[in-house]
Design a protein around this ligand. Structure first.
Ligand SMILES: [Cu+2]
Length: 665
């Protein structure tokens, strides 16, 4: 394989072309399989068995001819200086190099770290069905110079980016070809999955894992009013931490003119940024869940941008030897490539990490934050740094200019937030910079403007919707139903002091007795690890529900609600002492009623619950189903910090979903 970026670029282009072909006449599965895997020989072999009989028949007489041709070709190569040999050798050396170490001197605009997004292929077309065929494997890659086994989707790490528009239907055939025999599932983070609860990917709640050697088809509509920056990721075990994720951008339908008019952006670039561990996430989780870590979250070793990073080999901890190739700063591709655009650029940023929040900033130039999560507008101010963006959260921003006042190339700074780092990891550089463009574009007029700028930080924790924005919801002082939660990681003697995540008195684990997802079982058969408050509400007469999450830990917990968006009415962080809130207590610190923002609260699907603090969330329960609600820190979720809500008028949830049981064997 060539560089990871080359592969990603090619696949991205394939994906777009594929979508276009699918407007009305979808390709036959075998043609699609060939199309999806033509650039990845190992993948195509995995799909060989799916080819139908007619292809096999026609290949009967072709095969001897093919073998003969191959023998002649090999003979020719052996006895002459066939140019392919040197090319092959070059390719093989390139494959040994870390992804970032490869720089193409004839770099086109596509040779870049950012992932180019294609709004104009989607905003003005009618809605359609988009089909993808994904093959999940694993192999070794060196994303930051250190070799590690990662998950691949159609040979890609991170996986393919899905682009579509509101109202499209997505069909994703997922084949698990992992030799490790482990099951997988895919969650579509932020999408409502209305009338498609069993497609939500939440193992234990909506499905059993897709067993190795089998295929499962996810099929659902993207709601007409949903748009924005989403992502897909594994929701089984801790596979998300080892690369089983990718971007999912839903474009808002619009006349191209008016789309340009809204933000005036000329390009759109996706940045999936996250912390990175050099051990596999299952090893990291075992360490965390053992008593050796004393309940401290494992501190990451590195960070990646779209699956590429840089690590200084000499910083590796001697006790943990690594297979490492140094990546120099100059080996790192720039985020925007040779950017020729003159207008602003829309950056879509996702925290795909396992533990750490991060702040991003510019060495020169500025941006305006536009939206968070599913295209929800925020009152953004001209800034040159922004944060903290926690795992699962997204932010879109408009990059106004990338000029440099000096000879230095303008850079994007990424600073991992140290809040959850409870011990030092000398191998890690929490603050790193990536070049924005491949060559500085200096405009003296613009320099004057930017030289006088000061550091302007935009704090996402206090973001609100613009005063002028109206979601059409009237928020009452009191909700119709309140769910009061307390969350904490605990080391209990009765659990052998293994760190365990709790919400109220329940530590979550996938339903095992009977071993079926909740969606396929009457409520009276759910086991003791399930905390799932009932919300008697329907799409026709939805009720407003408030969720109060109190965080009794010293670090933040970014909570994600599946299938729904919520308003953040209040958020509190205590610097000293404890800051819980209960509407039911009339005395003590818990009785202090927060001031709820009922005027212009920000809307989200993932929110950080500050340390020793709380959030007050409000959502309209108009999407019947069982929706998971959990901390998005990989190790907290895996150790039990998860629950669900059951939105349905019928208490017993008698209409169990047979689809959810399909994969359970
Ligand atoms: Cu957490």
């Amino acid at each position: 394989m060539e560089s990871g970026k080359n592969t990603r670029r090619r696949l991205s282009a394939t994906s777009t072309a594929t979508n276009d072909n699918e407007a009305s006449t979808e390709l036959l599965p075998r043609e699609r399989d060939r199309d999806d895997t033509s650039h990845e020989p190992s993948s195509s072999s995995n799909f060989g068995h799916q080819e139908d009989g007619s292809l096999r028949d026609s290949s009967k007489w072709l095969r001897p001819l093919g073998v003969l041709f191959l023998v002649l070709l090999l003979a020719a190569m052996a006895f002459s200086s066939f140019p392919t040999l040197s090319q092959l050798a070059t390719k093989s050396r390139a494959a040994d190099k870390p992804q970032t170490a490869i720089k193409d001197e004839d770099a086109s605009q596509q040779q870049m770290l950012g992932i180019q997004i294609h709004p104009y292929d989607h905003v003005s077309r009618p809605s359609k069905t988009i089909t993808h065929h994904w093959n999940i494997t694993s192999d070794y890659r060196s994303p930051d110079g250190i070799k590690k086994q990662v998950f691949l989707v159609n040979g890609q790490f991170p996986g393919p980016t899905i682009e579509c528009r509101s109202g499209d239907r997505l069909i994703i055939h997922v084949t698990n070809s992992l030799s490790s025999r482990e099951g997988v599932s895919i969650h579509w983070h932020g999408l409502h999955m209305r009338n498609a609860n069993s497609m939500d990917g939440a193992v234990g709640f909506t499905q059993c894992p897709i067993a190795s050697g089998t295929t499962f088809t996810y099929e659902f509509n993207v709601e007409k009013h949903q748009a924005g920056t989403f992502w897909w990721h594994a929701h089984s075990q801790v596979q998300r931490g080892d690369g089983m994720y990718g971007g999912l951008v839903v474009h808002k339908p619009s006349r191209i003119d008016s789309e340009l008019g809204v933000y005036g952006s000329e390009r759109e670039i996706l940045l999936m940024i996250g912390d990175w561990y050099h051990r596999t996430s299952s090893d990291v989780l075992s360490w965390y869940m053992s008593t050796r870590g004393f309940g401290n979250e494992p501190v990451p070793d590195s960070l990646l941008v779209n699956g590429a990073g840089k690590f200084i080999c000499s910083m590796a901890v001697p006790a943990r030897p690594v297979d490492c190739v140094d990546i120099r700063d100059e080996d790192v591709l720039s985020i925007l490539g040779h950017d020729k655009s003159t207008g602003p650029i829309r950056l879509r940023v996702i925290n795909v990490g396992s533990l750490a929040g991060f702040t991003i900033g510019l060495s020169s130039g500025n941006f305006t934050p536009l939206t968070v999560d599913g295209d929800f507008p925020i009152a953004g101010e001209l800034s040159n740094s922004l944060g903290v963006l926690y795992p699962g959260e997204r932010v879109d921003m408009l990059l106004h200019s990338v000029v440099s006042a000096s000879n230095d190339l303008p850079k994007l700074h990424i600073n991992l937030d140290p809040e959850n780092f409870k011990y030092p990891n000398p191998a890690m550089r929490p603050n790193q910079s990536f070049p924005l463009v491949s060559s500085a574009q200096v405009s003296s007029e613009e320099i004057k403007m930017h030289e006088i700028e000061q550091r302007m930080h935009f704090d996402l924790a206090t973001a609100t919707a613009p005063e002028t924005h109206d979601y059409g919801d009237h928020l009452e002082e009191v909700a119709e139903q309140t769910i009061l939660l307390y969350t904490k990681t605990q080391k209990l003697a009765k659990l052998s002091n293994h760190p365990t995540g709790f919400i109220n008195r329940t530590s979550w684990a996938p339903q095992t007795s009977p071993p079926f997802p909740l969606l396929s079982l009457p409520r009276n058969q759910w086991d003791a690890n399930q905390l799932v408050p009932w919300i008697p509400s329907s799409a026709e007469s939805p009720s407003w529900v408030e969720i109060i999450v109190n965080n009794l830990d010293d670090g933040a917990h970014p909570f994600h609600l599946h299938g729904n968006d919520f308003y953040v009415l209040a958020s509190h962080r205590s610097e000293h002492g404890w800051g819980s809130y209960s509407p039911y207590e009339t005395s003590g610190s818990s009785s202090i009623k927060p001031v709820l923002n009922l005027v212009n609260p920000v809307k989200k699907d993932t929110v950080s619950v500050p340390r020793r603090g709380y959030v007050v969330l409000r959502f309209r329960a108009d999407n019947p189903g069982i929706w998971m609600f959990h901390c998005h820190v990989l190790f907290h979720q895996a150790s039990g910090m998860a629950m669900g809500v059951l939105v349905d008028e019928n208490y017993e949830y008698s209409q169990v979903d047979p689809m959810a049981k399909l994969l359970c064997g």
